[in-house]
Design a protein. Structure first.
Length: 216
């Protein structure tokens, strides 16, 4: 711009340095051309980046929307040991290692006057649990303690008295041997027609098996 002004003044005789004015005009024109070239380059680069981003977004959307191919099952995908099916009272559950648990049918029990865990008006029932060690090692059966629910699904209280209402397991059961324990429970009169019992030979080592059925 200044070069054009200088050139005009030189033509009017107001300035004598006409060559410098021409040089200024040329340099100004070159600067404009270079600036335009850089502007075109920047615009093209921005366009390429925008295209790449748009392409990547489309690919991500397609990958998200497309159903994935089912791959081979990993150890975490494989089902763990499932809970055993409920057995009828009198039935036997055998664990994979050979340990066996049998729960007898419930029979009516009459707690003595010193009983704990029994509510007056409730019905008392006792079961005998038999453990048979079919494994090749001794198993600590001290924690083979059953839990019971009544016909309404509520937890039933375990009965202890001086007449042998409950006689839990003790110690270790050797391979090939069996042990029996007795357990009595107090069920409300309005929910004493059925009961569910869960027990396993040893806490943490065995999952509880389930027995269910009528009390009579």
């Amino acid at each position: 711009m200044l070069g054009l002004v200088g050139h005009a003044r030189a033509r009017r005789g107001e300035a004598s340095d006409k060559g410098a004015a021409v040089a200024g005009i040329v340099l100004g024109a070159v600067t404009v051309v270079v600036s335009l070239v850089w502007l075109v380059v920047i615009v093209m680069a921005v366009g390429d980046v925008a295209d790449d981003l748009e392409k990547e977004m489309r690919e991500q959307e397609s990958a998200t929307a497309a159903p994935s191919e089912p791959g081979p099952a990993t150890p975490d995908d494989l089902p763990t040991e499932s809970a055993p099916a409920a057995l009828a009272f009198g039935g036997t559950h055998t664990y994979p290692d050979g340990m066996k648990v049998t729960v007898s049918k419930p029979r009516a029990y009459r707690p003595d006057e010193f009983a704990a865990g029994h509510t007056k008006g409730n019905s008392a029932f006792q079961v005998t649990i038999t453990l048979v060690n079919g494994t090749d090692k001794a198993v600590d059966i001290t924690t083979a303690l059953p839990s019971v629910r009544d016909g309404a699904g509520a937890a039933a209280g375990q009965i202890f008295d001086g007449s042998g209402a409950s006689e839990p397991f003790r110690g270790r059961l050797l391979p090939g041997k069996q042990a029996k324990g007795k357990f009595a429970f107090s069920l409300p009169a309005n929910a004493d027609g059925e009961m569910q019992l869960e027990v396993g030979p040893k806490v943490l080592d065995y999952e509880d098996a389930i027995w269910t059925g009528p009390t009579a």
